[in-house]
Ligand binder design. Structure first.
Ligand code: TRP
Ligand code: ZN
Length: 856
């Protein structure tokens, strides 16, 4: 009889259960005999009992491996094959373990382990993919030097470290730096390199190679420049030098994430490295520069100093994101970078932190680590580092980082180690601060003011509270750095930015000797990842939008104003306020402001952001109503700014040859923002002209987006497809654009039609995301009251799960906001979530995510 009990729920693992592995690894030798269906992996691993460990169990991880032979010190052994690995009785002194296994890269669609992409072999081992390559203690605290031999008849065969031998049908690579298995990489195929070099600050020569498929050579120049800039920046700002003779990057078309920092051999999603003016937008260039920097910076923050276990993931990711954000701020525009980072933080991390998937930056337990590569680990983690930087100041920050590298180089560390370094370097106590790592949820910071005109005293009283999150009902007060300045009625700064350190649930800060009631500018530069709540007037927001000397808060005032207007339109059927439209016009006309800043300041708040804002204010959001209000406001803006548009648009025209720098991209961004308004007035005539004349992808796509808005994109879409059908990255934009611009009631059918296009391919993560990522980012389309959007999404998640569980689990986040909406929508979503959960053989990844969402 068949067992009627439900499938066993995957078991969580706990931070508190950490114990070191019973053995140390002195060396790893791997030989790969490449074959698409039957690759042989021969391993020779020197183990030695770990004097610091109590547990002597010899268990090696291994999944989807066919064991051909195993030996200890040359003698054949028969390991016990268990779920997820093998076990042996190991000698109590140093020994050599050898294994021969067979794997099938061709049938590996999960894009984890060794797999094939377009005829090329490549690997992805973070977090736990190495166990799909061979038997190994696949945990980040086991570090070893690797020697790799690759046998095959492919023109290029690469691995980590320096090349140490090659000949007919083989290459050999030696990585002298001890590393965990998640940083292992192998690539083999028909590849061509852009070559360059870098001389480090101590005069060492480093070969740089950026490998792409033949035909993509023309898209490598920008990536190489970005790499060299990153190398120089890390020397200048952090004193960190590169440590091998060669640094390589490989572009791969099928990749689950942006890129991976494998030691000396970074592997990149093509979308995160290939760039040319004809095929890439300014936003693409910026993202590529940041990701190249991010992965390069991991060489010190991640690789030389790695994580003890995956609960420490933010130790490397939060810090490395903070480093790449600082880099972007330095090489582009600091205010623009900060505003963009905060938009992304609110759009992704706040969304996560205020829903069923909220979790700590250092979690206490998890089921599937792949599900924890989240905005919270990355972006909130980076905000935490930024707050530390703010609290200790730049000099002490650098002193602490020097100590961190000095003390922990070559080690697998914890977040506690990191905070201890800051304590030791600065004398500051980080006990309370550590709550930022251990408390999930976005803190609310309420502020009230008190003006005593007789004494010229001004007081700000702050109250903090963090709402309960799944599994964490009670929250303790956090240490919140609140950067604050005061502005006098005539617009002068009467109190320069000061860091108020809030430690109590409620705390008052007093400012003396003021001659008039000031306007406060609070949380400048977004000095803490909190939601600031302050009852204020439209006039005051408009005043700050006009006068705040802090660019972030100037932008923030404009954003708050726009949200206030939209809220009034949605809840009270108000007309768009003239005060807002006037302030917008004044801002746009102010040519002392960087065009990139003006482009950001004119951006509408997103519809998902509005839904959350309304929900926070106690209103059940209706995506259709929000969409209609946004459309009405856009039209009102266009009409109000009518007279300004021709002149300002002309000023934004770039006449020099294309460059992807901050100056040109700022002009294009503002120009295209204005074109969107113009399109509402001229029915798309200007956009048609731009479509004809544009010679770069930024403008081409901007024009296309306006033509879609105007309902006049049919021929342009056909032309675009014909021109770019062989360029996957450009076609991703073609798919994405059509979904993103579909009218709400047509979004489902447009999306469905696109999945029937012969160029749609769900196995390619970029293509799948270009359609379904865009669909879930279109709230009014996804949330159609019929439930058709939910059904469509669930159908495709169910279909994708057996192919690629990581992407499926990630995309199930489309449903994470479901508790915001009305009972009917919630009922429809619950049914879809239940249907997903009832699917046979649903992956562990998707099971975990969907059940966490469902439990809300
Ligand atoms: N460590 C990578 C980064 O942040 C992230 C990453 C790349 C990743 N590929 C992955 C994480 C696959 C999980 C699975 O740069
Ligand atoms: Zn990273």
């Amino acid at each position: 009889m068949k067992d009627a009990s439900p499938a066993a729920q995957p078991q969580p693992i706990h931070l508190a259960d950490y114990t070191p592995f019973g053995y140390l690894v002195d060396s790893v030798d791997l030989t790969f005999r490449l074959d698409p269906k039957a690759t042989r992996v021969l391993s020779r691993i020197a183990f030695r009992p770990n004097p610091d460990a109590r547990d002597s169990r010899f268990f090696l991880h291994g999944e989807e491996l066919k064991l051909i032979a195993a030996r200890i010190d040359g003698h054949a052994v028969s390991p016990r094959l268990l779920d997820g690995g093998l076990e042996l009785d190991a000698p109590a002194q140093p020994f050599v373990f050898e294994a021969e296994v067979e794997i099938s890269p061709e049938s590996n669609t999960s894009l984890e382990g060794l797999y094939m992409s377009n005829g090329m072999y490549c690997t992805q081992c973070e977090a736990e993919g190495f166990r799909k390559i061979t038997f190994y203690p696949d945990r980040p605290d086991v570090m070893a030097p690797f020697h790799v031999r690759i046998e095959g008849d492919l023109p290029v065969m690469l691995s980590n470290g320096n090349p140490t031998a090659s000949g007919d049908g083989f290459t050999e690579w030696t990585d002298p730096w001890r590393k965990p298995s998640y940083l292992f990489a192998l690539v083999a195929g028909d590849l061509v390199a852009r070559e360059d070099s870098f001389t480090t600050m101590s005069g060492k020569h480093v070969d740089l190679k950026l490998w792409v498929r033949p035909g993509d050579e023309g898209k490598t120049a920008f990536g190489m420049e970005a790499l060299k800039k990153s190398m120089a920046w890390d020397e200048e700002v952090y004193g960190r030098e590169y440590d091998l003779d060669i640094f390589q990057i490989v572009a791969v078309s099928d990749f689950n994430m942006g890129a991976m920092e494998n030691k000396g051999l970074n592997i990149f999603n093509t979308s995160a490295v290939l760039a040319s003016p004809e095929t890439s937008t300014d936003a693409n260039f910026e993202r590529i520069e940041a990701i190249i920097a991010h992965e390069y910076f991991h060489n010190w923050t991640g690789n030389r100093i790695t994580c003890r276990d995956w609960f420490q993931l933010s130790l490397k990711e939060g810090l490395t994101v903070f480093r790449d954000q600082s880099f972007t701020a330095d090489v582009r525009s600091e205010p623009v970078a900060r505003i963009s980072d905060v938009i992304a933080l609110r759009g992704r991390q706040f969304r996560e932190d205020n829903g069923p998937l909220a979790h700590q930056v250092q979690p206490d337990s998890f089921v599937e680590i792949n599900n924890f590569y989240t905005a919270t680990i990355y972006e909130k983690g980076a905000e935490i580092i930024r707050m530390i930087h703010t609290l200790v100041g730049p000099e002490d920050y650098r002193k602490a980082l020097d100590l961190y590298f000095d003390r922990h180089d070559g080690q697998a560390c914890t977040i506690d180690d990191w905070l201890t370094v800051f304590h030791d370097a600065t004398g500051r106590d980080f006990t309370q601060f550590k709550r930022w790592y251990k408390q999930a949820g976005t803190p609310r910071l309420r502020v009230t003011e008190n003006w005593m005109s007789d004494t010229g005293t001004y007081q700000l009283t702050f109250t903090q509270s963090t709402p309960p999150t799944p599994g964490q009902d009670v929250k303790e007060p956090l240490l919140i750095p609140i950067a604050t300045g005061l502005i006098s009625p005539n617009g002068d700064e009467v109190q320069a930015t000061q860091i108020l350190e809030m430690t109590e649930p409620t705390q008052t800060f007093t400012f003396d000797d003021l001659s008039a009631k000031p306007t406060p500018s609070i949380l400048r530069g977004f000095s803490a990842p909190v939601i600031l709540e302050r009852d204020t007037t439209t006039e005051e927001r408009a005043f700050l939008f006009a006068h705040d000397t802090d660019p972030f808060n100037k932008w923030e005032a404009g954003r708050a104003l726009a949200k206030e207007v939209l809220t009034g339109m949605v809840t009270g059927g108000d007309a768009p306020q003239a005060a807002y439209l006037d302030a917008l016009a004044t801002m746009l006309r102010d040519d002392s402001l960087d065009p990139a800043f003006r482009a950001l300041a004119m951006q509408m708040p997103g519809e998902d952001d509005m839904a959350q804002t309304l929900y926070d204010a106690g209103v059940t959001p209706d995506p259709d109503v929000i969409h209609d209000a946004a459309e009405t406001l856009k039209q009102a803006r266009a009409e109000h700014l009518q007279d300004l548009l021709p002149r300002l648009s002309a000023e934004m025209r770039v006449t020099e040859p294309f460059q992807s720098n901050a100056e040109q991209s700022g002009k294009r961004a503002l120009g295209l923002g204005l074109l969107k308004l113009t399109t509402r007035l001229d029915g798309g005539r200007a956009a048609e002209k731009l479509w004809e004349s544009a010679d770069n992808m930024t403008l081409k796509l901007g024009a296309l987006s306006c033509l879609l808005d105007a309902g006049k994109a049919e021929t342009a879409l056909a032309e675009f497809r014909e021109t770019w059908k062989d360029d996957a990255l450009v076609m991703d934009k073609w798919f994405m654009m059509q979904v993103g611009h579909a009218a709400p009631e047509q979004a489902v059918s447009v999306t469905e039609a696109l999945t029937r296009d012969p160029l749609f391919n769900m196995k390619n993560p970029n293509r799948f995301r270009s359609v379904f990522g865009a669909f879930s980012a279109h709230p009014a389309g996804f949330h159609q009251a019929s439930g058709d959007g939910y059904r469509l999404m669930a159908n495709w998640l169910i279909r994708l799960d057996p192919v690629n569980p990581q992407i499926t689990a990630r995309m199930s986040g489309a449903f994470e906001t479901w508790k915001r909406y009305d009972a009917d929508r919630q009922g429809l979503i619950a049914a879809e979530l239940d249907r997903i959960l009832a699917t046979d053989n649903l992956s562990r990844d998707t099971t975990e995510m969907v059940s966490r969402i469902r439990k809300a």
